[in-house]
Design a binder for this molecule. Sequence first.
Ligand code: SF4
Length: 230
Amino acid sequence: MDLRLSWRFRDNSVRELKRYLEDYSAELIVVGCLPDIDKDLLESEFKGRFINWRDDAGKLESLFGDRGVKLADIPRKLSDDPVTDDLDIFRKENPGKDVQFIDQFIKMYVAEGCKFECSYCSEILAFPAYHSFPEDQLVAECRRLVEKTGRHEVILIGDSVGEYGSDIGTSLPNLIRKMCAIHPKLQIALQGFNPAHFIRYFNEMNEFIDNGWIRHLQLPFNRLLQSFSN
Ligand code: SF4
């Protein structure tokens, strides 16, 4: 396996852009990670305008003008309600609706970016510099959702969730302890928990598992979509 598989996703995106241009008589503006991942290809294959992820605040304003509200002024979304507590039943009752494993949990978005520099990673070309979201806001938002939904399964989501807090003077174990103090039944799921971080926090993770605080761990030895590395 090599980068050619990753490029298939890129090439498929470019094909889709061309199809949209043929199928619809409207201006097409490309947004998302592709303009950061392969700007040269995009410029050679697509003659329209695009907003690259890293510069989206400025580009939005230059394309759509000053609408009185800046992207930076819009509060960041830190969480999502769970969609269901039973995926199988939900799928049976809602045929065609797309639900994933993480939709069983209260979702908390804890950080963006990744400090690793894997040579095969295409996503890192689009990520912003690593930044954690404020711990007090995350804990308050988690408490609000636990009280609102009566659910106690919380999944922490980030491009590199194990790095949480390293830029703001705290850490993932600190965040987990504070969240688990919200309710005795609360359990944490970790998505994209890099094995290097598992080793860094090996003692804490053992303690958390013994406490019954860990519901699910996903350790990506090879994160499929962005790497396809052997
Ligand atoms: S492959 Fe994963 S760990 Fe490596 S740079 Fe990309 S997101 Fe970070």
